[in-house]
Design a protein around this ligand. Structure first.
Ligand code: ATP
Ligand code: MG
Length: 304
């Protein structure tokens, strides 16, 4: 006699809730999927999410999914066709690999609608609905049939996921965390390959702004270095509020050997890693100048 291993529906709730520490992180998982699908734009729309029963829509213009990809990918939990070492069509390294990320978001609401238009099948759209309540009355996950409808469309390729009837509201704090998490996913320099994420929220207009303009403003630290025409260098490290934490002038930077932060500007924060510098005498540009008027650069340190 042979048997198969089956899953009780409660495993879906467990996995969905335990995968992420906060509900907003589930939404971020959907945005990451849009990035992996080579989308250029991913819009997250929050409607009445400050109360129970709100709605979240995540829409992208990525490659979408064919029916085969829905069946063998989206509907199979724990399987991912992504290889973190293999670049996508647009040359991105995928951020997903476990095949579970979507579950964290899909469980945020009672109902989920997936609409996807595959790039490989222009003019076709697939639509599928999941009503989680149907899983409450069955012994195993496999007992709930899911219908996939195919219909014609004149829209371009991409995917949209609507999560409605939210189980718990997304308050300002959650929305702010969501906004902050979206910032480092976007490419700060626009190109035809770059990715951008947008937040649309009637309740928190200021947080919409944070996502669009925040990349540099929200950097945890920034290091600004300067080289004057005589090749005399200087550098300052600032925290996210613009307070100068460390400073180094030409003498500090030119000192040979290993040394710790040249000049700490406040007593808060930890020391940056040690600098190693060796100098073999005076360099010609120090004597004759560089030929440049002045060089300045800034490194932004941000977190994902
Ligand atoms: N927006 C999307 N566009 C195209 N395909 C998608 C999209 N979202 C999900 N998919 C497909 O569904 C699969 C499952 O997504 P899911 O986020 O659960 O897993 P993953 O991204 O592969 O890995 P991880 O759990 O690390 O995020 C993906 O591997 C991808 O094939
Ligand atoms: Mg993912």
């Amino acid at each position: 006699m042979s048997e198969i291993l089956r899953f009780a529906p409660s495993i879906l709730a467990r996995l969905g809730e335990e995968l992420v520490s906060h509900p907003d992180q589930g939404i971020v998982e959907l945005v990451k999927n849009a990035y992996d699908a080579d989308a250029r734009l991913c819009q997250v729309t929050l409607s009445e999410t400050t109360q129970h029963g709100g709605r979240v829509i995540v829409r992208d213009d990525g490659d979408g999914m064919t029916i085969q990809q829905i069946r063998d990918g989206w509907l199979v939990l724990g399987r991912s066709g992504k290889d973190p070492m293999e670049r996508t069509r647009l040359g991105r390294l995928p951020v997903g690999e476990k095949g579970l990320g979507r579950l964290a978001a899909l469980r945020l609401g009672q109902r989920v609608v997936l609409v996807t238009r595959p790039r490989d099948e222009p003019g076709a759209e697939y639509c599928m609905e999941i009503d989680w309540a149907l899983f409450d009355n069955v012994p195993v996950v496999e007992d709930v049939p899911l219908e996939i409808e195919k219909r014609p469309t004149s829209e371009g390729y991409g995917t949209s996921i609507t999560i409605s009837n939210l189980v718990s509201p997304l308050r300002r704090m959650d929305t702010k965390r969501l906004a902050r998490s979206l910032i480092p996913l976007a490419d700060p320099f626009e190109s035809d390959r770059s990715f951008s994420a947008e937040l649309i929220s009637d309740d928190f207009r200021d947080l919409e702004q944070l996502v669009t303009s925040g990349y540099f403003d929200e950097a945890h630290h920034r290091l600004r270095a300067e080289l004057d025409p005589d090749a005399r260098g200087s550098a300052v490290a600032m925290d996210h509020r613009g307070n100068i934490k460390w400073k180094a002038d030409h003498r500090d930077l030119g000192r040979s050997g290993t040394y710790r932060s040249p000049r700490r500007c406040s007593n808060s924060g930890s020391s940056p890693s040690t600098f190693r510098h060796s100098r073999a005498g005076r360099q010609p540009w120090e004597k004759y100048g560089t030929g440049f008027r002045r060089l300045e650069g800034c490194i932004y340190i941000t977190g994902v």
